[in-house]
Each structure stands twice: as C-alpha cells, then as structure tokens.
Design a binder for this molecule. Structure first.
Ligand SMILES: Nc1ncnc2c1ncn2[C@@H]1O[C@H](COP(=O)(O)OP(=O)(O)OP(=O)(O)O)[C@@H](O)[C@H]1O
Length: 893
C-alpha cells in the first residue's frame, strides 16, 4: 500500500491526500468506525467528537499529573493529526485512530486525544494543551502554538517551537518549510513564514538569521560557505557563559524585511537533506534548526530574544521504511538522536539531577530551549491510519512526558543606565521650563486679578455707599494704621492724638507757659494743634453716631423681612396642622421642638430686646461725644492745667469712640445674623403671641445637639447589635454543645438504666424459675455467681438479698424458690453451713441501691444472653470450675 506512494514525485504529493475541498466526506470516512461510536460533528469537520457511550467504554486514560506544574511554567504541548492519504482512506475496514476533543472554555482545561479503536481495551486517552484534528488550518496552529512563543521572543526571551513525530506525519508541513517557503499560499503557510511575518510586522526590530541542519551527527550550515576555519559541514558547538550554547562559525545574516528572510530560507532549503523513503516521498533526513535573533531598542532598553524553529527528522522503523545504504545510516542516526532527545525529556520530566544533554548534537543544540528558561512549544504529529498506531503511541507518550518539563521564560533586557539618566535629565529640564513658563503665565494672570480687585476695593472704600441696598455696606471708617508718607484720613489714630497732646505740652513748655506773653508763632502752633485734637474728637463722635444710625436703618429693614419670613413660616405650619390663621407658630413646629420652645412673656421679650439694643451694655449711642457743645477757644483756658485737662477729655473721648467702633465693626461683620435672630424674637412678640417666643438660636443648638446625640445613639446601637450578635452566636454554640452533651448523658443514663433493669429481671427470673428436674446440685460460689451475673453490683445485690432474707421472707416464696434460696443461703454460708467462699470474691463497693421490685420489661431477654456471653470470657480456670454451674447454680433458685 505504501509502496505506491514512494514512487510518486514530490510534485504529486498532494494527490496522496484527500483534497481540502472534499474535506467533509473524506474526514467523515476517516473518523467513521465499525462500532460507529465516534461521530463527526457535521458543523465542525475539524473535530471529531466522541459519544458518551464510547467515552465511558474507554478503559485507560493517561492522566496528566499537574502537581507542581502550572500551565504557565512548562513546555506547551500540542498534537496534530495529519489528514489521511488516499490509500489510508481506502483501508476502510479498520479505519479508526484518533479522536480529538478540543479544550473547554476554561484556559486551564486540557484538550484530549484518544488513540485506538473505540471500545477496545487498548484505547488510551492523552491530555495536552491543544489537540488538532486533520482539518485544522495552519493559521490556527500558528496562533495557538507559535504566536505565544514569538510574543515572548519579542519581549526578549528565548523561544523554541519544535515539531516531533513519526516520519511522514506532517512536521515539515506544519513548520511550513516543505519545499520552499511561500508567503502567498495562505493555506499551506506554516509556522516559519508566519513567525517571520509576525516579527517583521512588529516593527523597530533588528533581525539576524542562521539556518543549520544536524545530519548524521554533524552540524551543517545551510546558508554557509564555512567560517574562517573552513568546513561548514561539520561545525562545532561551543558554550559561552553569556551567550549559552552556540555553533561556532555558523553564518548569521542580518535581514531587514520579510522577503529577504524568505529568500535566505529558500536558499538554505535547497541545501537541506531530503530524500524519498517508503514512508514519505519528501522525507527530511536531518533535523533543521532556523535561528532568528530579534533585537529591539526602545529608548534605553535593549531586548534580545532568540527564536529556534526546529523541524526534527521523523522517527522511523527501519523495517517499514526498508531503508538501506545511505538511507539506513541516516535512519539510524535520526533514531539515535531522537532517542537521546527522549532520554533528555524523560530526565527533565522527572526532575532528574543528571540530564544527558551531551549524548547528541541535537540535544546540545536544544539545551537552552529545554533547560527551563525558555518559552518552548512542541507540536507532536501523528498519522491517522491504524498501521501507525504503535508509532503514534510512542509519539504521544513522548509528548506526554514533555508536558512535565518545567520552563519559565527569562527575558533578556539590557538597560543603558547612563543613557537613561541623560534622557531623564533632558526630560526634567524640559519639564522644568514648561513648568516655569506656566507659572509665570499663571502668576501674571493672578497679579492682574489682584490688581483689579485692589482697585475695586479702593474705589469702594472711597465712595459713600447708597443706603438703599438690601444690606448696606458699613459706613466708611478708615482704621488703617499710620504709615509714613501716607496721609491719614482717620481721626482715631490714638498715637496721633497723643502726639498732638504732647506737642501742645512741649509748645507750652518752650514758650515758658501759656498766656498772652507767649510768642505769636508758638501760640499759632498751639492753636493749630489744639484745634486738630478737637476736630479729631468730633470726627470720632460723628463716626459713632453715623454707625449707630446705619445700624438702626439695617435693623428696620430686616424687621420687615423677618416679619415676612415668620409669616410664611407660620402659614406653612398652619397648613400642616390645619390650624386657624393668626395662630402664630404652628403646633406642628412646637411639637417637633418639644419642650425646648421657650415661651416667654411679652415683657420678658421686650426686656431682652432692650438689653440687646438699647440697654446700658450696648453703649454705642451713649458714648461720650462733644458734638452738642462747641469746644472752648484756647483763650478760654485760664491755666495750662485747665488746657491739659481738656486735652485729656478729648483724648478719652477719642479712645472710647475708637473702642466702640472697633467693637461694633467686629460684631457686625462677625455675625450679622445675630440681628436677624433678635428681630425674630421681637416680631413674634409684636404679633401678639404673648405667651410664646421662639428662641431660635436655642432651637438651632437643640436641633444640632439632638442630631449628634441621635448619631451617637445610632453608632452605639450598631455596636450593641454587633455585641448582641456575637453573644447570640456564642450562646447558640454553647447551647449546641450542651445539647450534644445532654444527649450523650441521656444515652449513658439509658444504658445504665437498661443494665440495671436487666439485672433485676435476671434476679426475678432466677428467684421464680423452678429447678429443672435432675439438675446437678452443685455448690454455688460467689465466683460462679459473678460469672453468671458479671455486673458486680447486681451480683452483690442478689447475694445481699438472699443473705438478708428472714425465715418469713423465704416461706412467702413459692416452694421451689424456697428450696433454691435455702440452698443458696447454705452455699453462701449464711445458714451456718461451712461452704468455702473464694477470698477475692465480691469486693464490690457497698453503694448499690437496687430494689428488686423495679424490674423492667419481662420479655426482653437480650441482656441475659449478653451476660452469659460475657461470662464465657472469664479466665479458663474459672470456666472449668464453674462450667457445671451453667445449667444449675442461679438458674436453680
Ligand atoms: N496537515 C496536513 N495537511 C495537508 N497535507 C499534509 C498535512 N500534514 C502532512 N501533509 C502532507 O504529508 C506529507 C508528509 O508530510 P511531511 O513531509 O511534512 O512529514 P514529516 O513528518 O516532516 O516527515 P519526515 O519526518 O519524513 O520528514 C507531505 O506531502 C505533506 O504535504
């Protein structure tokens, strides 16, 4: 059957296969089995599904032990089933082979492949990361298997994708290097061209490539003409602490575009060892390794990743390939290196300390890929025909072992710190400049705003305000402290006033007194200073008067507003409570405020208002002022001390007015709303509600404090609930424990009670049972009593009872029982008969309180049996001695 295919030329290869367009029919015949337990899903010709029945008949399943191996940290393994060749399809009789079940949605789920005839005892299931049926496209193989590896390579890791499998199962096809690499043939384009496309599409990468083959244990450069040292047909492997393993003198080519890479590979493929064998007309006779180094530089980071794309030669059974001559030695070498690879994987899978990497060139080349720091993916290929079952099993077992090889990619990233530092400094400097510029723009903006505001303020201060405003501004009182070079507008500058008085004093002194004899110039200056002092005092008084007037105006204005507010408030409340108009404060409001509404009388209210506005405490309008009487002229003063006294009065007036204004200003600006509050009180009072006046500030405080109190209570309640909850659960736990203990105790009590009852029953039955005729009259010892009644207390009770019986008691018994009791009493030595009593016998405590009349169920004799059984456990001597008692003894009583 295979011989025919070996004669075909490579160009006719596709004719071996069922054409893709006729896939559905061809695959269905591929999966159809005599038992028809495998079904092909018509919507998905790529996957053959297995019926539940066949799943359940599966009798062997290769379980993948995940212990210690996570999905992320191991070699990723996939299996691909080749589509059948035409002659394989025609072998319908035994057409079964593999069933592929893809993984479920969960990423951790593994895909399954079952090998063997459904229902047969040899059927085996294997689990892998991916399993691909015959119709799986090259694109989806690439995306699932190779793309993640290349992503790692682009991040600076070492990555390997390698194809392993029996000869002719599609390794080279999967890798996409069958004849030549073509970008255009989307259907056939395999891992190699797709990987290169992915790398070049990333952009910003430097790529170098080398291409070699391991042919009959020699490493050959597929792109080389030999290095400096000559022979490119037998290159040597070297180890470098930095580079790892490398092949000395292997030519590396820098490629800048996909097409360059493609032509290089095609060039190399011409040098590759390929030959037709009985199993594959395009059989690779060597292991080919394409190495792609990818470097990407991004600012100060340099990532260097290395990708190995390995197409292994296929394992073959020499008998089946009937190789001879060169093919035979090739086959031997291939098998030897694959077996070395198998040994390496087996050692890695079990975590062996020694891994025989050095056993072959192939394993040495793959050492970096397999020793745990690379991102490695294996595609194992299997053929579909039953004839390949043994080889497929071996491939699947190899792949299965690979699932246990740990591997976590390490990324090679170099950072140029000096460069990074320089770049950062430049960035910082730029950022600084930008920041400064922004700041200066901002500060200019704010300066202009501040300037504008200052001008506005100045204008406002210099203007007298219109009193028609809602809340008129305060009259102008300039309290600006004295500053040099600035004309003072205020008359309240005390230091200036004191200065003036001192000037007057010194002028008087320098002129040698105060009077008509003083110099004119001095008198003029004196007059001027005195006038200034007077003017200052007048101004301060008029300022106070002005302020007082302003305040009264404000008060009047807000009286009206507050009145309206209150009226509205009252109406709302009335609406709520359905009360009559003119009721003043609503009952609802009163209710909600509760006892904290403070009713006061009209007189009280008036007094309070008077105290606030007109009382002696608020003496703004009662402050000393001299506006009413004109100031005396200088000439009106008779003496210097008179003048100085008057100066003191003026000074005092200025000071007091200053203080009053100061206070008034502070009060007014701090809390304007105090006026409103006061007004509220007076308004209510004026509306004739003599009995109630709301103290709003009090109400407000009350509401605030109630609120916080409520909040505290709420918090407290939450805490309490927690405490209660935990307490409750503890109580529940305790109750449960108690219940458990009680039920145990009840059980114990019940046991004890039933034992006691059994004892009573035994005693009663013993005393009632007539002696069977002809029973041996063997003397009874306490030992034998104990044997029949192993419960010491019961035995003791019996002995006590029998011993303590009076003649009267005995004669009240039935005749037979009387005889038995008498006998027993004699045996026990109670009736002065010398019967030996064993010394170790009843040593029981004195306590048992047993009353024979408490007997229980008469018909329950189980315990009786138990006691006699227990009795049999006694030591042998006793058993021998007492063996005769069993028929008699107590039963005779
Ligand atoms: N999935 C597939 N779809 C279509 N054709 C395939 C597929 N797999 C393999 N083939 C065909 O099967 C034949 C053998 O495949 P290939 O040469 O890739 O096998 P191989 O495993 O590399 O064998 P060897 O180890 O002998 O080199 C080729 O003609 C190839 O075109």
């Amino acid at each position: 059957m295979w011989s025919t295919s070996s004669a075909a030329t490579p160009s006719t290869t596709s004719s071996h296969l069922t054409s893709t367009s006729s896939n559905a029919r061809a695959w269905s015949s591929f999966t159809r089995t005599p038992s028809s337990s495998l079904r092909l899903s018509p919507t998905n010709t790529n996957t053959t599904t297995m019926s539940t029945a066949s799943r359940s008949t599966r009798n062997e399943r290769s379980t993948f032990d995940r212990t210690g191996v996570t999905n992320e940290s191991r070699v990723r393994v996939s299996v691909r089933v080749r589509p059948p060749f035409k002659d394989e399809v025609s072998e319908e009789k035994n057409f079964y082979m593999t069933t592929v079940i893809p993984p479920k949605a969960n990423q951790d789920d593994l895909a399954s492949i079952t090998l063997g005839k459904p229902g047969s005892s040899k059927q085996r299931e294997f689990l892998f990361d991916h399993t691909f049926g015959p119709t799986t496209s090259q694109a989806s193989i690439f995306n699932s298997v190779a793309a993640p590896v290349i992503e790692d390579v682009l991040k600076g890791g070492n990555g390997t994708v390698f194809a392993y499998g029996q000869t002719g199962t599609g390794k080279t096809y999967t890798m996409g290097i069958l004849q030549t690499v073509e970008r255009e043939d989307e259907e056939k384009k395999g891992v190699v061209p797709r990987a290169l496309e992915m790398i070049f599409n990333t952009g910003g990468v430097d790529v170098t490539m080398s291409f070699m083959q391991v042919y009959c244990e020699s490493i050959q450069d597929l792109l080389g003409v030999g290095g400096a040292e000559g022979d490119s047909n037998n290159l040597q492997i070297r180890e470098d602490p930095r580079k790892g393993f490398y092949v000395k003198n292997l030519c590396e080519y820098k490629v800048t575009a996909y097409m360059e890479a493609q032509s290089l590979i095609n060039m190399g493929l011409e040098n590759r060892a390929m030959a037709p064998t009985l199993m594959n007309i395009t059989s690779s006779r060597s292991h080919t390794v394409l190495t792609v180094k990818v470097t990407s530089e991004n600012s100060s980071h340099r990532k260097t990743g290395k990708l190995l794309l390995v197409d292994l030669a296929g394992s073959e059974r020499i008998r089946r390939t009937t190789s001879s001559g060169v093919r035979l030695s090739e086959a031997r070498s291939i098998n030897a290196s694959l077996s070395a690879l198998g040994n390496v994987i087996a050692a890695l899978a079990v975590g062996s300390k020694h891994v025989p990497f050095r056993d072959s060139k192939l394993t040495r080349i793959l050492q970096d890929s397999l020793s745990g720091k690379a991102s490695t993916a294996l595609v194992a290929t299997v053929g579909p025909a039953p004839v390949n079952e043994a080889e497929s099993l071996s491939t699947l077992m190899f792949a299965s072992r690979c699932m246990h090889v740990k591997s976590t990619p390490v990324f090679n990233e170099e950072i140029d710190y000096a460069d990074m530092c320089a770049k950062l400094q430049v960035q910082l400097a730029t950022a600084d400049q930008v920041c400064l510029k922004k700041l200066s723009i901002e500060s200019e903006k704010y300066e202009s705003i501040i300037h504008k505001l200052a001008t506005e303020l100045r204008t406002m201060r210099s203007e007298d305000r219109d009193e028609g405003d809602d809340i008129a501004p305060l009259p102008h009182f300039d309290k600006t402290p004295k500053t040099s070079g600035r004309k003072r507008r205020s008359s309240f500058d005390m230091s200036a006033a004191v200065d003036t008085k001192n000037v007057i004093k010194s002028l008087v002194q320098t002129s040698g007194g105060f009077g008509p004899n003083s110099h004119d110039a001095v008198l003029t200056a004196l007059n001027l200073s005195y006038k200034m002092l007077c003017q200052c005092a007048d101004e301060s008084s008029s300022a106070v008067a002005k302020f007082h007037k302003w305040r009264l105006v404000q008060l009047e204005k807000h009286k009206e507003t507050a009145k309206d507010d209150l009226k509205r408030e009252g109406e709302r409340e009335r609406e709520k409570d359905g009360m009559e108009a003119n009721d003043g404060i609503g009952e609802g409001l009163k209710k909600s405020l509760g006892p904290h509404l403070q009713p006061i009388t009209k007189t009280e209210s008036r007094e309070r208002i008077a105290a606030r506005f007109d009382g002696p405490q608020d003496s703004i309008d009662s402050s000393p002022h001299l506006l009413t009487s004109p100031h005396p002229e200088l000439s009106d003063f008779a003496t210097v001390s008179e003048l100085m006294d008057y100066c003191d009065v003026l000074l005092k007036c200025i000071r007091i007015n200053g203080e009053k204004l100061e206070l008034g200003l502070w009060k007014t600006s701090e809390n304007f709303y105090s006026i409103k509050e006061d007004l509220a009180e007076s308004n209510i009072e004026r509306r004739g509600r003599e009995e109630e006046v709301v103290n709003w500030s009090f109400v407000l405080k009350y509401l605030l404090s109630t609120n916080s109190k409520l909040r505290r209570q709420l918090n407290g309640r939450e805490n309490l609930t927690q405490v209660l909850d935990s307490g409750r659960s503890k109580l529940d736990a305790n109750a449960f424990n108690m219940r458990t203990k009680m039920s145990v105790m009840e059980d114990m009590q019940y046991d004890a009670a039933s034992k006691i009852q059994a004892g009573f029953r035994k005693i009663r039955s013993l005393s009632d049972t007539p002696l069977p005729a002809g029973s041996p009259q063997t003397p009874m010892s306490p030992g034998s009593i104990k044997k029949i009644l192993p419960d010491e207390r019961v035995a003791k009770a019996l002995i006590d009872r029998v011993s303590g019986m009076t003649e009267e008691d005995i004669s009240a018994l039935p005749l037979q029982a009387q005889a038995n009791v008498r006998k027993l009493r004699v045996e026990l030595g109670v009736d002065n008969r010398k019967i030996p009593i064993e010394t170790e016998a009843p040593s029981f405590a004195v306590t048992p309180v047993v009353k024979s009349d408490q007997g229980g169920d008469e018909d329950d004799d189980d315990d009786e049996d138990e006691s006699s059984e227990e009795g049999e456990d006694e030591d042998e001597d006793e058993e021998e001695t007492d063996s005769d008692d069993e028929g008699g003894g107590f039963s005779q009583i």
